[in-house]
Design a protein. Structure first.
Length: 178
C-alpha cells in the first residue's frame, strides 16, 4: 500500500481510498483457515491410516512372538546338548503342558529342572501333543552329546491358529526352524 492511500476494514472487506482517483475500491478479504468439512476429511483419513498401521503392527507382533518362541526352543535343544557334553550328565527337554516345556539335568538318578519356558495362550505345541506322562520327553542328550528323540524323528510344531512354525532338532543339538 502506498503512503498516500488510506484503508479501513468493514466485516470481511477492505475499503481502500486513493486520493489520486478519489474513489473507494472494495476488495474481498482472502479466506484464512480451513472449513469444518475439510478438517473432518483430514481427520477421517488419518484415522483410517492409523487403523491400518495398528492392524499391521498387531499382525507383526504375533508373527515375531511365534518366531521368538520357536527360536527359543531351538536354542534350548542346543543348550541341552552343550550342557550334556560339558557336565558329563544327561539332559533332556520335556513338555510340561500344551504351552510349556522344561530343560532338565539328571543328578543322582533324578531329574532337576534347570530352565523352563511358558508361552502365551495363543501359542501351543501341536505336534507332539502334551499327554501328561513320561512320553512328554521330546529330546534327551547323554553325556557324550548323543540325542534320543521321542518319536525317533522329532518335529515340534508351534502353532498360533493361523500360522505354524516347525522346529526340527538334529543329532548335533542344532535345530532348524521353518
Amino acid at each position: 500500500m502506498v503512503a498516500s492511500e488510506h484503508s479501513a476494514s468493514v466485516e470481511g472487506t477492505v475499503l481502500t481510498s486513493s486520493p489520486a482517483k478519489g474513489r473507494q475500491v472494495c476488495r474481498p478479504r482472502p479466506n484464512v483457515g480451513f472449513t469444518l468439512l475439510e478438517l473432518l476429511i483430514v481427520i477421517g483419513v488419518f484415522g483410517i491410516l492409523a487403523t491400518i498401521g495398528f492392524l499391521s503392527l498387531t499382525r507383526l507382533n504375533r508373527q515375531l512372538t511365534l518366531e521368538a518362541a520357536a527360536n527359543e526352543l531351538s536354542q534350548d535343544f542346543g543348550r541341552a546338548r552343550s550342557n550334556a557334553l560339558s557336565t558329563g550328565a544327561n539332559w533332556r527337554v520335556r513338555l510340561t503342558g500344551p504351552r510349556s516345556y522344561v530343560v532338565e539335568q539328571e543328578e543322582d538318578g533324578e531329574w532337576v529342572r534347570r530352565r523352563g519356558a511358558d508361552y502365551p495362550t495363543r501359542i501351543s505345541f501341536t505336534d507332539p501333543t502334551f499327554t501328561g506322562d513320561d512320553s512328554d520327553v521330546i529330546a534327551q542328550f547323554d553325556s557324550r552329546g548323543f540325542a534320543q528323540f521321542q518319536p525317533s524323528v522329532l518335529v515340534v510344531v508351534l502353532g498360533e491358529g493361523e500360522r505354524e512354525l516347525t522346529v526340527t532338532p538334529a543329532m548335533t543339538g542344532t535345530a532348524r526352524v521353518r
